[in-house]
Design a protein around this ligand. Structure first.
Ligand code: HDE
Length: 705
C-alpha cells in the first residue's frame, strides 16, 4: 500500500461518517424532519385575537413534531458501563511478526492503518455519575478492519469478578445501587456488593485489584487495557494459539490518591472526559502499545491455574508480553449521542485469524452483547454510522425496525437461481472456525483448577510497593466502613484471612471486622513485578499533557512566568494561570489597569489544586505577599502537597510554601513532594513527579541569565 493509500485508510471511518455528518451554521435553515421550512419555532399555533393568548391548536404539526422528538430523545443507558467517553484514532502493527500466530491482517500487515474508535467507561454508575469514582474502567476498542469490525471489549484490570457468565446478573445486581433505595451511585461501598463478594470467593483476586490504585486512574490515557478473556489466534498453517491482549499506555500507569479522587467527584465530575478531550485537542494524542501473551495449544494445561479462567492472570514471568503495534487516539467525537452513546460493541465480533476459547465468561459475553444492543438500539444497530464497517456488507438479513438499506434484487435467500450473494469460501477470506475436538458430558460444572481462588490474590498483594499496599488497606477500610451490616463486613474480613493474615487483621481492626484464628491457606510469598503499576512508568519520564497551575497575584514576575510557560509548553504540558480573579492581573512594573495585564484562566475559588498535576509560584514580592495572606491560596498549596504534587516556587514566593507547609525553606525551594521524606509519610507519588521542579529551575536560569 502506498503512503497515500495508507493515510486514506487511516481516515476511512471518518470519511465513512462524513455523508451522515451535518454541520449546523447560520446558513442551515430550520426544517421539519420531512424537510419543510419552519418559519417560527417559538410560538405554538394558537386561536388568538392578536391581543390575547388563546388556546393552542393540535393542528400545529411543527410544534407536535418538536415535542414528539423531544419526548423520545433518550435511549436506555447501558445496563453496565453507562458512563463513557470516546475518541477516534488508528492502529498500526510495527512489523509482521505475529504472522506466525495469526492470519488477521490487522495484526500482521505493517502497511495497513486500521481506523479505531475507543470508548472508555466506568462500570457501576449511571450516565450522569462522576468520572473519578473507585471503579473498574472499560476500555472497548472497535477496529474497522478491511475484513470487518473487530471489537476488543476490555477493561483496565486484567481479570474479572466471576468465572462463569451465568453469575453476571447476580454480580451486577449486587454492585449496582441497591434495589430498595437506589443507593449508592458510582460506588462499591455498600452492603450488597460486599455481601456478594464475601460469599463468592472467586471474586477475591479481582476485589484486590478494585481496591488498589488501578481503580482510580488519573486519566484514561494513563491506564493499561486488557482483553481479560482468553481468545485464540489461527495461523496460515491452521495452528491455534491462546492469546491475551494488553494495551500499554505511552504515558505510564498513574492514579489519583483517594482523597483527590473523592474531591474531584464533586469539583469536576467530568474530569476524565475533559482530560481526554483537552489532551487530544492540545496536540497530545493518547497512545497505547498493543502486546500479546501467546500460548500454543499444546501448553494449555501447563499451569497451576486454568488459562481459560478469567479470574486469573497469566503472570508475565511465565508468558512474556510481545509488543506488536501502536494505537493512537487523535480525534474527539463530533456528537456525543451519535457516536459515544450509539457505539455498540460485541465480543463476538472477531475477524478471520482471531477466534474464541472455551473461557466460560467469554462464551456468555458472546451472547450478551448482541442481545443488549437490541434493547438499546434496535435490531439494525449495526447499520448506525458509528457501528457500520468500512468494508462491504452484504447478506440476506432483511427488515427490522429502522432498516436503513435498500437492497435491490429479486431474492433474499441462499441458494438462489441467480447465485446472488454467495458465501465466500475460506480460501477467499471466509471466516474459519478452528476444528476443535469436543468431548464430555453435558453438565453444569467448571474445570477442576477453577476451584482455587486465593493464590493470585496473594501474588497481587505481595507484588505491590509499600505505598500501594497502604492505599489498598485504606480502600478496604473505607469501603467496609460504608457497610453497616456487621454480617457483611465480618464475613469479608474473615475471607481476607485466606489472602493474607496481616491484611485481614489490619482491615478488621480498622472496620470492626473479625479474623479467623488459624489461617486456612499457606502463603506462597511469590511476587510478579508487572503487577505493581510503577512497573509501567514510561521509559522516558515526560510531562506531556500534564496540567500545571501557575499561581499569581498582582506584582508577579512577568518575564519569569513567560519563560515558565514557554518551557512547560515545550515539554508538552498545559500551563494555566490562576489568580485572585479571572480578569487581568498585572505583573510587577506594569501599572494596574494599564498595558501588559495578563488574563487569568481561572481564579483561586473557581478551580482547586486537585484539578492540576503541579503547582508553580513565580517570584514577585507583592504577589507573594497577597498569596501568603490568602487562605484559599494556602489551602491550594497544602492540598497539592498532601496529594503529592510537584510544587515549585521562586524567590519571594518561597514564603508562600513556608507559610503553607511550615517546613524548612531550603528544603522547599523547587521541591516537589516526591522527596523521599514526603513519599514515606504520604504513601505514593502519583502524578506530576516529572521534574516540574527542575523545569522551574531551568526557567529561573533563563530568567536570571
Ligand atoms: Fe461487559 N457488558 N459483560 N464485561 N462490558 C456490557 O454491553 C457482560 C465483562 C465491558 O463502551 C454490556 O453494550 C457479561 C468483562 C465493557 O459500550 C453487556 C459479562 C469485561 C463494556 C455486558 C461481562 C467487560 C461492557 C452492557 C460476563 C472486560 C462497555 C452494554 C460474562 C473484559 C462497552 C453493552 C461500551 C458492556 C455483558 C463481563 C467489559 C450487558 C454478560 C469480563 C468495556 O452486554
Amino acid at each position: 500500500m502506498t503512503t497515500a493509500m495508507k493515510n486514506l485508510f487511516e481516515t476511512a471511518k471518518i470519511n465513512d461518517l462524513a455523508p451522515d455528518t451535518l454541520e449546523v451554521t447560520s446558513k442551515t435553515g430550520l426544517t421539519t424532519d420531512h424537510g419543510v421550512p419552519v418559519p417560527d419555532t417559538d410560538n405554538w399555533l394558537r386561536a388568538s385575537d392578536g391581543t390575547h393568548t388563546g388556546p393552542f391548536l393540535l393542528e400545529d404539526q411543527i410544534a407536535r413534531e418538536k415535542i414528539h422528538r423531544f419526548d423520545h430523545e433518550r435511549i436506555p443507558e447501558r445496563v453496565v458501563h453507562a458512563r463513557g467517553s470516546a475518541a477516534h484514532g488508528y492502529f498500526r502493527v510495527f512489523d509482521s511478526r505475529a504472522t506466525k500466530y495469526t492470519t488477521a491482517g490487522v495484526l500482521t500487515d505493517p502497511s495497513r492503518t486500521t481506523p479505531v474508535f475507543v470508548r472508555f467507561s466506568t462500570v457501576q454508575g449511571a450516565r450522569g455519575s462522576a468520572d473519578s469514582v473507585r471503579d473498574v474502567r472499560g476500555f472497548a476498542t472497535k477496529f474497522y478492519t478491511e475484513e470487518g469490525n473487530w471489537d476488543l471489549v476490555g477493561n483496565n484490570i486484567p481479570i474479572f469478578f466471576i468465572q462463569d457468565a451465568i453469575k453476571f446478573p447476580d454480580f451486577v445486581h449486587a454492585v449496582k445501587p441497591e434495589p430498595h433505595n437506589e443507593v449508592p451511585q458510582g460506588q462499591t461501598a455498600h452492603n450488597n456488593f460486599w455481601d456478594f463478594v464475601g460469599l463468592q470467593p472467586e471474586a477475591s483476586h479481582m476485589v484486590m485489584w478494585a481496591m488498589s490504585d488501578r481503580a482510580i486512574p488519573r486519566s484514561y490515557r494513563m491506564m493499561q487495557g486488557f482483553g481479560v478473556n482468553t481468545f485464540t489466534l489461527i495461523n496460515g498453517e491452521g495452528e491455534r494459539f491462546f492469546v491475551k491482549f494488553h494495551w500499554i499506555p505511552e504515558l505510564g500507569v498513574h492514579s489519583f490518591v483517594w482523597d483527590e479522587a473523592l474531591k474531584i467527584s464533586g469539583q469536576d465530575p467530568d474530569f476524565h472526559r475533559k482530560d481526554l478531550e483537552e489532551a487530544i485537542n492540545s496536540g497530545a494524542p493518547a497512545k497505547y502499545t498493543l502486546a500479546l501473551q501467546i500460548l500454543p495449544s499444546s501448553r494449555e494445561h501447563d499451569f497451576p491455574f486454568d488459562i481459560l479462567d478469567a479470574t486469573k492472570i497469566w503472570p508475565e514471568e511465565l508468558v512474556p508480553l510481545q509488543e506488536i503495534g501502536e494505537m493512537v487516539l487523535n480525534r474527539t467525537v463530533d456528537e456525543f449521542f451519535a457516536e459515544t452513546e450509539q457505539v455498540a460493541f460485541c465480543t463476538s465480533h472477531v475477524v478471520p485469524g482471531i477466534g474464541f476459547s472455551d473461557d466460560p465468561l467469554l462464551q456468555g459475553r458472546n451472547f450478551s452483547y448482541f442481545d443488549t444492543q437490541i434493547t438499546r438500539l434496535g435490531i439494525n444497530w449495526e447499520q448506525l454510522p458509528i457501528n457500520r464497517p468500512v468494508c462491504p456488507v452484504m447478506n440476506h438479513h432483511r427488515g427490522g425496525q429502522h432498516q436503513n438499506r435498500i437492497i435491490k434484487g429479486q431474492v433474499n435467500y441462499w441458494p438462489n437461481r441467480f447465485q446472488a450473494g454467495p458465501p465466500i469460501p475460506k480460501e477467499n477470506g471466509g471466516y474459519i472456525e478452528f476444528a476443535q475436538k469436543i468431548e464430555g458430558m453435558k453438565a453444569r460444572v467448571r474445570g477442576a483448577k477453577f476451584g482455587e481462588h486465593y493464590n493470585q490474590a496473594e501474588l497481587f498483594l505481595n507484588s505491590l510497593s509499600e505505598h500501594e499496599k497502604m492505599h489498598l488497606i485504606d480502600a478496604f477500610s473505607f469501603e467496609l466502613s460504608h457497610c453497616d451490616d456487621p454480617q457483611v463486613y465480618e464475613t469479608y474480613t474473615k475471607l481476607l484471612c485466606a489472602v493474607n493474615m496481616d491484611l485481614a487483621k489490619t482491615v478488621a481492626a480498622n472496620v470492626g471486622g473479625q479474623v479467623d484464628s488459624s489461617p486456612t491457606r499457606k502463603p506462597h510469598h511469590e511476587k510478579s513485578a508487572p503487577l505493581s503499576q510503577g512497573y509501567y512508568m514510561p521509559k522516558k519520564p515526560t510531562i506531556k499533557s500534564r496540567r500545571v497551575a501557575i499561581l499569581v497575584a498582582d506584582g508577579f514576575n512577568g518575564a519569569e512566568v513567560e519563560a515558565m510557560k514557554a518551557l512547560l509548553k515545550a515539554g508538552g504540558a498545559v500551563p494555566f494561570m490562576i489568580g485572585p480573579r479571572r480578569g487581568k492581573i498585572w505583573p510587577a512594573g506594569k501599572s494596574f489597569g494599564g498595558e501588559g495585564g495578563v488574563l487569568m484562566d481561572h481564579h483561586f475559588e473557581g478551580q482547586r489544586s486537585t484539578l492540576f498535576d503541579a503547582l508553580l509560584i513565580p517570584s514577585g514580592q507583592q504577589s507573594a505577599d497577597t498569596l501568603v495572606a490568602s487562605g484559599r491560596c494556602i489551602h491550594w498549596v497544602r492540598e497539592a502537597f498532601g496529594h503529592l504534587k510537584a510544587i515549585g516556587a521562586v524567590g519571594e514566593a518561597i514564603s508562600v510554601l513556608h507559610r503553607a507547609l511550615k517546613l524548612e525553606v531550603t528544603q522547599l525551594e523547587f521541591a516537589s513532594s516526591d522527596d523521599s521524606a514526603v513519599t514515606s509519610s504520604y504513601g505514593v507519588v502519583t502524578t506530576g513527579k516529572y521534574n516540574v521542579g527542575s523545569i522551574a529551575t531551568d526557567a529561573l536560569e533563563i530568567v536570571t541569565g
